[in-house]
Design a protein around this ligand. Structure first.
Ligand code: SF4
Length: 286
């Protein structure tokens, strides 16, 4: 097993900040991807009173080999969850909110209506806030996608995660072309919604393959790109093949900006939702 380089080490989180956030979330029966996916930035984000809400439970119907979120048969949807997310946003005073979900292949609409209800509730209680939805692929149901897009979130994010040659090993139930197509469909439904996607690096991808994904995403009209280092959550998950050096992330960022992305966040500890408020701030100023 490769040993983790210094550039991935973060200082221990402030226990009080973690407890405060956990109390708030538990009181409203909410989950975050920050906790469920063992995000390395949790100390920093919770100390800044920001988090990424994970709706529709904490059990996922897919078996992606990189992801720490629990897998199995999820429970029923919580009808109070949309309002509870809205309340948490107000308590935290968030101006930009990121909401994601587990993949709910068991629901006929993949959870699209629940996303729409949550977006509506958050906007209702927090006027002026911007909302980013990080959504699953909905098994390519573009009617379900329309239900989400019709609420006009500011950003729809759908992660590519890795290069197409690694999909069978890393995301066995996902389809690369469907992922790219989802981003394209968002623009067809409403060209005013920003689209965003991200890749984890260090899974064995080649530079030319990363460049190829960037081309595909740009052709689909994708505005924002995130690139971060994959970290193995447990020995049962797919191993890290390489710790990509910070200079290589800088190179990818410059390449992506030269190619035409409007905003790029690239670095070993960058995650899809890391400092996400910076994306929308930069796009609104541009
Ligand atoms: S980077 Fe995103 S997932 Fe990680 S702790 Fe911050 S808000 Fe949560």
């Amino acid at each position: 097993m490769l040993s983790r380089p210094d550039w991935l080490k973060k200082k221990a989180p402030d226990e009080r900040a973690l407890e405060n956030m956990e109390e708030l979330l538990a009181g409203l029966s909410l989950h975050t991807v920050c906790e469920e996916a063992d995000c390395p930035n949790i100390g920093e984000c919770f100390a800044c009173r920001t988090a990424t809400f994970m709706i529709m439970g904490n059990v996922c119907t897919r078996g992606c080999r990189f992801c720490a979120v629990g897998k199995g048969i999820p429970g029923p949807l919580d009808p109070e969850e949309p309002e509870n997310v809205a309340k948490a946003v107000r308590v935290l005073g968030l101006r930009h909110i990121v909401i994601t979900s587990v993949t709910r292949d068991d629901l006929p609409d993949g959870g699209a209506a629940h996303f729409a209800r949550t977006l509506h509730a958050v906007r209702g209680l927090n006027p002026g806030s911007t909302v980013e939805l990080l959504i699953p692929d909905l098994k390519g149901d573009w009617n379900a996608l329309r239900v989400i897009a019709d609420g006009r979130p500011d950003i729809i994010n759908h992660n590519t995660e890795t290069v197409p040659s690694l999909y069978p090993e890393v995301r066995p139930q996902a389809v690369y072309e469907r992922t790219v197509c989802l981003l394209k469909k968002v623009k067809e439904i409403n060209g005013g919604i920003y689209t965003k996607s991200g890749l984890m690096l260090g899974l064995g991808e080649r530079e030319t393959e990363v460049e190829g994904v960037m081309h595909d995403l740009l052709e689909a009209g994708c505005d924002i790109l995130t690139l971060g280092q994959y970290l193995q959550p447990s020995p049962d998950h797919i191993p890290v093949r390489e710790y990509v050096r910070p200079e290589q992330f800088d190179k990818y960022r410059d390449m992506a900006l030269d190619m035409g992305f409007k905003y790029v966040a690239a670095g070993p500890l960058v995650r899809s939702s890391y400092r996400a408020a910076d994306n929308i701030g930069a796009l609104k100023r541009s």
